[in-house]
Design a protein around this ligand. Structure first.
Ligand code: FAD
Ligand code: NAP
Length: 341
């Protein structure tokens, strides 16, 4: 079936903040064959494209004079390699969490710490999604993408993606240029859970679990996440609104002397990572609101839409938090989600 283009469509159901902005043109992309229609439309209308997966990392501040394409390309494939590892490929439109659960059911391990991250497989490489000490850069082999500029299909290895903390070449150098069609991961037949991070081992001990089963471990991650984070269906949000700042180690040590309680982690050589949530929390922002834009009451890193906030309201609240943090600590927080237009 050819790609269907609609006009003036509300994006409220397509972004996890629930902002009611509209797209001038809109299409649901279901297959690789429809990419030719997409390119023809782009050239004919001379209009830029915004790709959306699950819309869980977006801040939409106004109506978009763009063609918005929601990626729904599905497909799952698994095969064993001679070295005992497993190759798993998923279509970019697959739901990330469902995909993680499917890998575990297939006996392919390595993505369990990334359970319950909202969104799609195709968006996961954009910011190198991570949680509880695992990032997809640790597990991804390659991805297949469609170059919206040239119309070519290209393969990126993990190294080509230039992954960094919540960053990749698709965010830093080529924003919006490549549509990720499918992603391939190298997983293991042996279950070796990563436990050292964010109190996960303590959570297992509290439950008397010494050697968790893979799906049980994924369930635990879901439980911990559900206890700390708002469900977008109930309270609009985009997860962590700010990245944890990575600053020179000596600057972190000076700050730690002034603020002994500051949460600081070792990072790449010569650098330290500050917990942004702690910085914001200390300044009394947790639970505060500006109109319907608010800071989540259980987690200061998450900004929420209490009903009728707009993207601009959220960005203004973020700006006030950034200014306050900078004034107190001399550290500028960077916004994590993608803001459009
Ligand atoms: P979207 O929001 O639709 O898009 C995000 C960006 O990717 C946009 O720039 C978009 O243009 C681009 N994009 C989307 N699909 C494609 C594609 N197929 N090809 C090319 N570009 C594409 N993130 C983490 O890293 N760790 C977490 O633990 C985490 N927890 C979260 C918890 C909550 C409650 C929420 C709401 C968000 C959380 N996030 C987390 C952020 C978010 O889930 C991830 O960034 C996720 O990968 C976004 O996927 P998406 O499909 O919703 O992307
Ligand atoms: P948490 O476990 O309470 O930890 C608070 C912060 O400390 C996190 O930001 C985490 O950094 C850092 N941290 C914890 N243990 C660490 C260690 N051993 N080494 C280095 N850094 C450590 O955090 P949380 O808010 O409940 O989130 C749990 C995990 O899910 C985190 O990994 C977080 O990144 C992820 N998450 C991400 C989003 C998002 O939208 N990006 C939303 C919700 C949760 P990191 O953030 O660098 O991991």
């Amino acid at each position: 079936m050819s790609l269907q283009f609609q006009e003036n469509i509300s994006l409220k159901p397509y972004n996890s903040f629930g902002f009611d902005v509209s797209a001038r043109y809109f299409a649901l992309l279901d297959s690789i064959e429809q990419l030719a229609d997409l390119r023809e439309f782009m050239q004919h209308q001379a209009i830029p494209v915004l790709l959306i997966g699950g819309g869980s990392n977006l801040v939409l501040t106004a109506d978009l004079d763009l063609l918005v394409v929601v990626n729904r390309i599905r497909g799952l494939h698994i095969s064993d390699n001679p070295d005992g590892t497993v190759s798993v490929t998923a279509g970019g439109g697959e739901d990330w969490h469902q995909f993680v659960r499917w890998t575990l059911e297939q006996g392919a391990y390595g993505l369990e710490n990334l359970s319950l991250i909202p969104g799609t497989v195709g968006a996961a490489p954009i910011q190198n999604i991570g949680a509880y000490g695992v990032e997809i850069k640790d597990r991804m082999l390659s991805l297949e993408a469609f170059d919206l500029e040239t119309g070519e299909q290209v393969v990126f290895t993990s190294a080509d993606c230039q992954f960094d903390y919540r960053d990749s070449i698709f965010k830093s150098r080529f924003p919006g240029r490549y549509l990720i069609i499918a992603v391939t991961f190298t997983l293991s037949r042996e279950f070796t859970p990563v436990l050292h991070y964010g109190g996960i081992s303590g959570q297992l001990a509290d439950r008397g679990i010494t050697s968790p089963e893979p799906l049980q471990f994924s369930d635990l991650i879901c439980e911990v996440r559900n206890s700390k984070l708002p469900q977008p269906e109930q309270l609009g949000n985009a997860g962590s609104f700010f990245k944890n700042p990575v600053i020179p180690e000596d600057q972190a040590q000076q700050l730690k002397q002034v603020f002994p309680g500051m949460v600081v982690f070792a990072d790449k050589p010569g650098y330290s990572k500050l917990a942004a949530g702690w910085l914001i929390d200390q300044l009394g922002w947790k639970g505060r609101t500006q109109g319907d834009a608010g800071v989540y009451e259980k987690q200061a890193l998450v900004l929420v839409n209490h009903g009728n906030a707009t993207g601009t309201d959220i960005v203004e609240l973020a700006g006030a938090i950034q200014a306050d943090v900078y004034k107190q600590y001399g550290v500028m927080l960077e916004i994590e989600p993608r803001c459009y237009p």
